[in-house]
Design a protein around this ligand. Structure first.
Ligand code: 0A1
Ligand code: ZN
Length: 886
């Protein structure tokens, strides 16, 4: 590791800023090999801070050309520069600081600050990118009104955008032009944005509930103009939904979205100028899958919702990131649930939590949703902060119920409008509005790790009484050995022979508020607790954690028969799905045991029959049937195996393949029938009924290809005739996973020829190839690094090919010779300085080294050690490596 180790910063060390900036005036001059930035900052001492502190501005990779205080040029000894700061020792209580700096957006490969994506200039300032643009107090609790002028060549960059309203523009005589923007809402620097490019726009308008006519525009390259309709529709739906569900109205006359190809994340909520990764905004039936359409709708909504939860009320410091992200993810998840199938959305989100967030919580980077410390904040844009953060807000919603939650949200926005606040402020607003005490609940913000709920039931037939014993615990996480009990809302019911039973908790009157007496939310607060139900006429099967009411691991020793009962008859869709998953997992584990013991795999007919019954029941929602019959993935199986002592990649793979094949053969006729029945004959629309049919039909195709090689013909026919990307890509996957080498190569070649001019489709093509099984996989992926379609500078391509291999091809990534780990390490090394955020994210699969039994774990660790010994590690990569090797 390098000598000057980057050091951690701590939440407990938070101090208010010594200075505040009231007004920020920026003038950009954009040229082909550099940009000039003139900044005029109206600064005053913060009365809330300690007096007498020096002015220390953040700044990185800037060339300071001049600096003046109240119009007077400062001499060299009046200020000092380091790699990250500009300090002015002596300043009055109120003053104007003017700097001129030169930056080089063309050479900025980190994609933070001002950079070039293809032919356009664009910015990404969250979290700390603004300091690469000019010297500034780059922290979210410093909020200023921005005036921005942008000057550039008029022919190359006809469109010049920034936040707020366009207040002026001028054509200059040297072939250049200028646009002047003013954002009346004070904002932190991380919400600043600028775009300059040769862009076209799709335009629409929205009339807010208060009668404001808002001009909506999506800016894209000309070739993508036909791919904006879905995002525009999603934006209008989001605007209406936020008015109806949260009472939040949009507050400016303009709302702009810009699509850029080179972007580290999904999108960014800059005030009135959202910048999107083009993969999260562009859509067309021919080039985008159903999943893609849903992602676009959700991300457009997410960024729009930030206008209130994030922009109008922002974060005091970056430890509070979940304040805006957890709340906004909760809001977008509810929006998606309202727009499509609520149960399917819940199942999808619970899957992400259980497969990926629980893994993060069990790994070396585990942190609470409000971390106590970090080295590099970019490493904390995590599933924990976002998704678990949203689950924590959802639990508050469950504990308060919808009406009181809405009052709490109204109070939060009203009380803190225009402020930079904390997670604590959010919880207090919820308490004040509802009268509910969230004292113990607050531990969810400070405690890392996934709690385990171990439950068992006891039925007393004579007394007609059922006891539910609940124990909670939470495994230690780095830096947090001891855990305190949490308040966990446990939604449940009891399933009897003829359906869900009425619930009567001992000593409690029935809940008059809900007409439904078969559903309850138990408040688990103790390490051990027993809930007693009276008048239970028959031995029930408990239906637990309904709707995934808390982000916990539930342990209950269900028999396979009980799981079948829940799976087919419980009232709760999530529990039905979860029972199917648990049944599948128990069968998969059994088969893995047989394989490890050298026996031929035998798949329990109970499981095969239960699945077939589901498939044959035409009354069920095809989307849910598809979710229930999709076996848990190998990554998730590995995580669970690691908890039992160590994952074996090969036996997990063989077991899963054996169970898939058994189910494919057992239900071959039903699969064929399902495949034929679920044809969509209407013109393509990304709406729930069609999406459901395609999802089940394409799952059927996967099973059919396994049942019998001849069924590959169905996939080939579908590939050739598909009228939309969902069906075409599903067929391509099946052929490339299950077809012969010749069939696979032919389909991949033809797909590339058809789509080579569509970058986003080509990325899918890269990802499909990264997952192709067999010894040749690594060589194929290495070969693709040299393909014209690949570019190491583009994060989407790196994620598709390199991420696609490390996460989507477990058997080959974990090949015995360690070649998969070495390959990933090489790419991380190449990106370490060029794009630290992407390099750091790519490390994730290797950080799981402790999960793998034997040589694999040893080799993964060795690769981490090799990387850790490199000189000049970026703070991003350094932090993940050092924590993984502790
Ligand atoms: N706030 C954005 C996510 C985001 C975060 C960091 C970025 O660059 C490092 C970019 C985007 C969101 O939640 O959508
Ligand atoms: Zn967000």
């Amino acid at each position: 590791m390098r000598d000057a180790r980057p050091s951690a910063i701590y939440l407990k060390d938070y101090r208010p800023p010594a200075f505040l900036i009231q007004r920020t005036r920026l003038a950009f001059d954009l040229y082909e090999d550099h940009a000039l930035v003139a900044a005029t900052l109206h600064i005053r001492r913060n009365p809330a801070a300690e007096p007498g502190e020096a002015l220390v501005l953040h700044g990185q990779e800037l060339e300071l050309l001049s600096i003046a205080l109240d119009g007077r040029e400062l001499a060299g000894q009046e200020y000092s520069l380091t790699d990250d700061t500009l300090q002015v020792a002596s300043v009055p209580d109120q003053f104007t600081l003017t700097t001129r700096t030169r930056i080089r957006p063309q050479d900025n490969t980190s994609l933070e600050g001002l950079y070039k994506s293809r032919t356009m200039f664009c910015t990404q300032c969250e979290a700390e990118g603004f300091r690469k643009i000019t010297y500034y107090l780059d922290r979210p609790d410093v909020m200023a009104e921005f005036e921005v002028s942008v000057e550039a060549d008029r022919a190359r960059y006809p469109v010049l955008l920034s936040n707020g309203n366009l207040v002026g523009s001028e054509v200059l005589d040297n072939g250049r032009h200028r646009a002047d923007w003013h954002d009346p809402f004070p904002k932190p620097a991380y919400l600043f944005a600028l775009v300059a490019g040769d862009l076209r726009s799709v335009e629409d308008s929205f009339t807010t509930c208060g009668g404001r006519e808002v001009n909506l525009r999506i800016f894209v390259e000309e070739k993508d103009l036909d791919k904006c309709d879905h995002a525009m529709l999603s934006l209008k739906k989001s605007m209406r939904w936020d008015e109806e569900v949260y009472g939040r109205e949009y507050d400016l006359d303009i709302f702009n979205i810009v699509a850029v190809d080179d972007f580290n994340m999904g999108a960014m909520e800059n005030k009135s100028l959202n910048i999107f990764n083009s993969s999260c905004v562009l859509c067309s039936p021919a080039t985008t899958t159903d999943k893609g359409f849903q992602t676009v709708e959700a991300i457009v909504a997410h960024e729009y919702f930030h206008n209130w939860s994030g922009n109008r009320v922002t974060c005091r410091d970056w430890f509070q990131l979940s304040l805006k992200e957890g709340f906004t993810v909760f809001r977008d998840a509810e929006f998606s649930a309202d727009m499509g199938s609520r149960t399917v959305k819940r199942v999808e989100d619970a899957t992400v939590m259980r497969t990926a967030q629980f893994a993060e919580d069990a790994g070396p980077m585990a942190h609470p949703i409000r971390p106590d410390s970090f080295i590099e904040i970019s490493n904390f844009y995590t599933l924990t902060v976002y998704e678990k953060g949203a689950e924590v807000v959802r639990m508050i919603h469950t504990l308060l119920a919808a009406e009181a939650f809405r009052k709490g949200s109204d109070l939060y926005f009203e009380r803190h409008d225009g402020q930079a606040v904390t997670c604590e402020d959010f919880v207090v607003a919820m308490e004040d509005a509802s009268g509910v005490d969230l004292g113990q609940f607050r531990r969810w913000y400070s405690q890392a790790g996934t709690p385990v709920l171990s439950v068992n039931g006891e039925y007393d037939a004579d007394a007609e009484r059922y006891r539910l014993h609940v124990r909670q615990s939470c495994p230690p996480t780095p830096g947090q050995a001891d855990k305190q009990p949490l308040l966990i809302p446990l939604a449940m019911g009891l399933l009897g022979d003829a359906g869900n039973l009425p619930l009567q908790l001992a000593g409690q009157a029935p809940d008059p508020e809900t007409g439904d007496n078969t559903h309850l939310v138990l408040r688990v607060t103790e390490a051990e607790q027993t809930f007693v139900f009276e008048d239970v006429r028959e031995p029930p099967v408990p239906s637990l954690l309904r709707g995934f009411s808390a982000p916990v691991r539930l342990e209950y020793a269900y028999s396979r028969g009980e799981l079948c009962a829940l799976m087919s008859r419980d009232d709760d869709g999530f529990v039905r799905w979860d029972a199917a998953q648990q049944l599948a997992l128990s069968v998969l584990e059994e088969v893995e045991g047989q394989i490890l013991g050298g026996d031929a795999p035998v798949v329990d007919p109970l499981f095969l029959d239960a699945c077939t019954v589901l498939l044959e029941d035409a009354s069920l929602d095809p989307a849910m049937v598809a979710e229930m019959l999709r076996l848990p993935g190998e990554g998730y199986m590995a995580e669970l195996a690691a908890r039992r002592g160590g994952a074996r990649v090969e036996s997990i793979h063989l077991a899963r393949e054996a169970v898939l094949k058994a189910l494919a053969e057992h239900a071959e006729n039903a699969w064929l029938d399902t495949y034929r029945r679920n044809v969509v004959s209407e013109p393509y629309a990304p709406e729930a009924t069609q999406v459901a049919a395609r999802s089940l039909r394409n799952l059927s195709l996967e099973y059919l290809a396994l049942a019998r090689p001849e069924h590959i013909a169905l996939a080939r026919a579908q590939f050739a005739s598909a009228g939309n990307m969902t069906d075409q890509l599903a067929a391509l996957r099946v052929i490339s996973q299950r077809g012969s080498d010749a069939q696979r190569d032919e389909a991949l070649d033809s797909f590339y020829r058809q789509w080579q001019s569509e970058t986003l489709v080509v990325n899918q093509w890269l990802q499909v190839q990264a997952a192709v099984p067999g010894e040749q996989a690594l060589a194929r992926v290495r070969g693709l690094l040299e393909h014209a379609a690949f570019d190491l500078r583009n994060p989407n391509k790196v994620r598709a090919l390199v991420g696609g291999f490390a996460n989507g091809n477990p058997l080959q990534f974990h090949r015995a010779d360690g070649g998969g780990y070495g390959f990933l390490g090489e790419i991380i090394e190449a990106l370490n300085i060029r794009n630290p955020q992407i390099a750091s994210r790519l490390l994730t699969p290797l950080t799981r080294w402790r999960n793998y039994a034997g040589e694999q774990g040893v080799k993964m660790r060795a690769e981490l050690e090799r990387l850790a010994a490199l000189p000049d590690l970026s703070p991003d990569v350094f932090e993940v490596l050092s924590k993984s090797l502790e």
